[in-house]
Design a protein around this ligand. Structure first.
Ligand code: ADP
Ligand code: MG
Length: 504
């Protein structure tokens, strides 16, 4: 549907009540896969592997191969379940979800069906205005990821119109936890913001648990957004659509908003909503139909005969519970106080999804105010220009090193921005970029004095003024010196030296 045909957002909310439901797939960052000992590409160490190099017979479903459960993946799933406020099942089982697709060599995905490892939880999220919303969690279950298809030729990168498709089985068997919310009611106009804040909260949660790299741009965390609307006063829930794999926080918010406006336009014109999956298009900000979806998708689920039930001992669950980090909302409150940010400053950080980055930068030694300045300023600007997420551009460790160089006077802000660009361009850590590009502040008084003398000789009137006590005249010399040194001089030190030279 073209943008012009959507219903006005406020009008849509006057007429309809919005219900959303979110499914998030989290790729766990264990060393090896869910059911095999192949290295896990969702672990940073294996991220750059060439296609089809991280595979074993199990991942390809070769005859005679058998799955073995990854204990660490189970422990990660339990930790996540606990963090979601869920009950942990004393006994949970794996099932086969049967379907054919070329990225699924076995023709079935091992998942959990009627006995998930975690169920019935609740997650508190915080909106921009500071209000808190409880998101009800239906279940969190373990499963394996499928491989990845790349469609060549054709305009959209989708299978339609493609000339050929390539398959990479590296991702086949990557451990996943799928977190499913119950239908979320009563969010009204803030439904899009709730969806975004929830995904951000889950992202922060899995990172602080240390169980996933959680980089949305890499697909470590993928959200499917279910949206339905119903006329105000109607009891029965409306028909939902499921917008798949919305892969940034901003897109989650935009996709939900778009679906509300699209569905409202259809219903108010007397039409009906088709239950289907939809694709999100970042460039146009619209969704298009995927495949029809019935509630009883006939996957012929049946118990996985090759795997025993998971029966975690209570002592293990207790041990994992004791190790849990604070809940995200409590954690945020504590950080806000520790960092001394105003409510507005802090909210900016949360909205930009930079909490973890700043936290890690502070942990690496930077002052909170400096960490905030760099992440929400220059780094966000560069990320925006590159159409990327700030967190994916540069590591907190490097940001902290950059800040230390500025604080110690080795870099001016201007030089630091150039160093930042170098680090992002992959030229190395900040100190290496400084050395390679020759960007350090000139703190050698000899070099500064030579430039000052030259500037003073070129502007003899300034010297007169300085000697007459007109100290502000020094600005012209400082400017000339900064220019001569390509901005790499410490302006305060230049000023001291100019005044010293003029005997003021
Ligand atoms: P599927 O197999 O279709 O993905 P799931 O149970 O995994 O089904 O997820 C469905 C999601 O949609 C859940 O988050 C659920 O709360 C939500 N949902 C179900 N019905 C509606 C509805 N009418 N409107 C909005 N969301 C809904
Ligand atoms: Mg689902």
């Amino acid at each position: 549907m073209a943008k012009a045909d959507l219903m006005d957002y406020d009008k849509a909310l006057e007429l309809y009540e919005v219900v959303i439901g979110l499914e998030i797939h989290v790729e766990l960052s264990t060393k090896t896969k869910m059911f095999s000992d192949a290295p896990n590409p969702a672990n940073e160490a294996n991220h750059d592997a060439a296609p089809n190099t991280l595979i074993t017979p199990v991942d390809l479903g070769l005859p005679g191969s058998l799955p073995v459960v990854n204990q660490t993946a189970v422990e990660y799933a339990i930790s996540l379940g606990l963090a979601l406020g869920c009950e942990i099942a004393a006994k949970s089982t794996f099932s086969r979800k049967n379907y054919f697709y070329p990225d699924l060599a076995k023709n079935y995905q091992i998942s959990q069906y009627d006995e998930p490892i975690a169920f019935e939880g609740s997650v508190e999220i915080e909106l921009a205005d500071g209000s808190l919303v409880q998101i009800p969690i239906e279940r969190a279950h373990m499963e394996e990821d499928a491989g990845k298809l790349t469609h060549l030729g054709g305009a959209t990168g989708r299978i339609q119109g493609a000339d050929a498709s390539l398959v990479d089985y590296n991702r086949a068997g990557v451990p996943l936890v799928e977190i499913v919310t119950k239908p979320i009611m009563g969010t009204e106009g803030s439904a899009p913001e709730v969806a975004k804040a929830y995904v951000a909260t889950i992202r922060d949660m899995v990172r602080s648990l240390g169980i996933s790299e959680a980089r949305m741009e890499r697909g470590n965390l993928r959200c499917d957004a279910n949206v339905s609307i119903r006329p105000r006063g109607q009891e029965k829930l409306g028909t939902r659509t499921e917008t798949k794999n919305v892969n940034s926080l901003r897109s989650v918010e935009r996709a939900v908003r778009h679906e509300i406006q699209r569905q409202a336009a259809i219903l108010s014109a007397g039409g009906s909503i088709t239950q289907e999956t939809r694709h999100w298009h970042e460039d146009t900000g619209t969704t298009s139909p995927g495949r029809p979806k019935s509630d009883a998708d006939d996957y012929r689920y049946f118990p996985e005969p090759d795997l025993l039930p998971i029966e975690p001992p209570a002592s293990l669950v207790d041990r994992l519970r004791a190790k849990l980090p604070e809940a995200p909302a409590i954690h945020r409150r504590r950080l806000r106080e520790a960092w001394g940010f105003t409510a507005l400053e802090f909210q900016d950080v949360v909205n930009a999804g930079l909490l973890v980055e700043i936290e890690d930068t502070v942990a690496a030694g930077a002052a909170p105010a400096q960490a905030r300045k760099w992440w929400t300023g220059e780094i966000a600007r560069l990320a925006n220009a590159a159409g990327a997420e700030s967190g994916g551009l540069i590591s907190p460790l490097h940001v902290s090193e950059l800040i230390a160089l500025v604080e110690s006077g080795k870099l001016t802000d201007r030089l630091a921005r150039q160093v930042l660009e170098g680090v992002i361009a992959g030229e190395g850590r900040p100190s290496e970029v400084v050395a390679a590009r020759g960007l350090a502040v000139v703190s050698d008084d000899g070099a500064l004095l030579a430039a000052i003398d030259e500037a003073l000789a070129a502007q003899p009137d300034v010297l007169e003024k300085l000697r007459d006590g007109k100290v502000q005249a020094a600005g012209a010399i400082i400017g000339a010196v900064m220019k001569a040194m390509g901005g790499s001089a410490d302006a305060a030190r230049v000023r001291e030296l100019v005044l010293e030279r003029a005997n003021v």
